[in-house]
Design a protein around this ligand. Sequence first.
Ligand code: FDP
Length: 326
Amino acid sequence: MPAAPGTSKFQIELRRHLRGQSISDNLVHLICEIAEASKYVINAVRTGDLGVAGTSNLYGEEQLALDVLSDRIMRKRLIHSGVVCNIASEEMDEIYQAQASADGLYSVAYDPLDGSSLVDVNLAVGTIVSIYEGCDLLQPGRNQVAAMYILYGPRVSLVYTVGDGVHEFTMNNLMEFTLTRENIRMQEEGNIYAPGGLRNKYNDGDEKFIRHLEAKGCKLRYSGGFVPDINQVLMKGKGLFMYPALKGSPNGKLRVLFELNPMAFIIEHAGGAASNGHIPILDIVPESLDQRAPIYIGCKADVKAATDFLAESAQAPVAAGSFVNG
Ligand code: FDP
């Protein structure tokens, strides 16, 4: 039997904070249940088997045992929360329907263990979650009612927004999340950058943008994990993460539903911006679960500079043999 919304004795401080937001009891319950699930995910990351599960996901990638385990932990918790209708996970091929009715319920898209290839070299990884009211998961990210991530680093932290400020909690020795930063804000412009993807596959505009950042004296700060890289930009309040279109991969690598939308929602609510180079990430209308898009995310001025470089190079005459972004 799922616990009635709001009755669990766990995550007291997080729950109290959520109750101070103007959101339904069901949404408070759902976010606390995800926080609870993360305890089991971090336990799996710390002590679980690093072998391969022998299955592959929708994208033909080999699933690590930890991916599969984390996915099961999250899904089970979401189903048992009693407040979820549809569930989409980066590790599942199709939407899972937990309940048919949309009444008072939420749908959740999540990446249970982003950056899992970093676990065996002991770098930070995370869980990313996007929450919508009702049963529709294929809608613009701007319609999210909550977004959050949990970062499994030297410490475990949870960052959430329900559209009114971005807040950070840190896991204590009782595995409860306690408030560490409230209303996190990004500066207008930063001096660190985290560029994903192979640089020799960058298009002209991205290459020029990177040279511009280097010339400005910006510091390269890239770990290869989307969650820790975004967390760094957000917590320092300055800088930009990008995973651009690449030659041969015009949509970049990262997925709109599971990675880009929740992070864009968080960064926008902290006063930053997120663009695919042309339009805000949150305005993309997704057509499929596995849709990807390039991303430039962080301080507003940095994101604008990136899109200006792209626009300029799109207008420049194309030299013979050079790559045109499709
Ligand atoms: P990973 O493949 O290790 O799971 O979306 C997944 C992700 O990591 C992000 O965490 C990271 O930003 C990006 O892919 C790294 O991509 P590269 O394969 O280009 O290094």
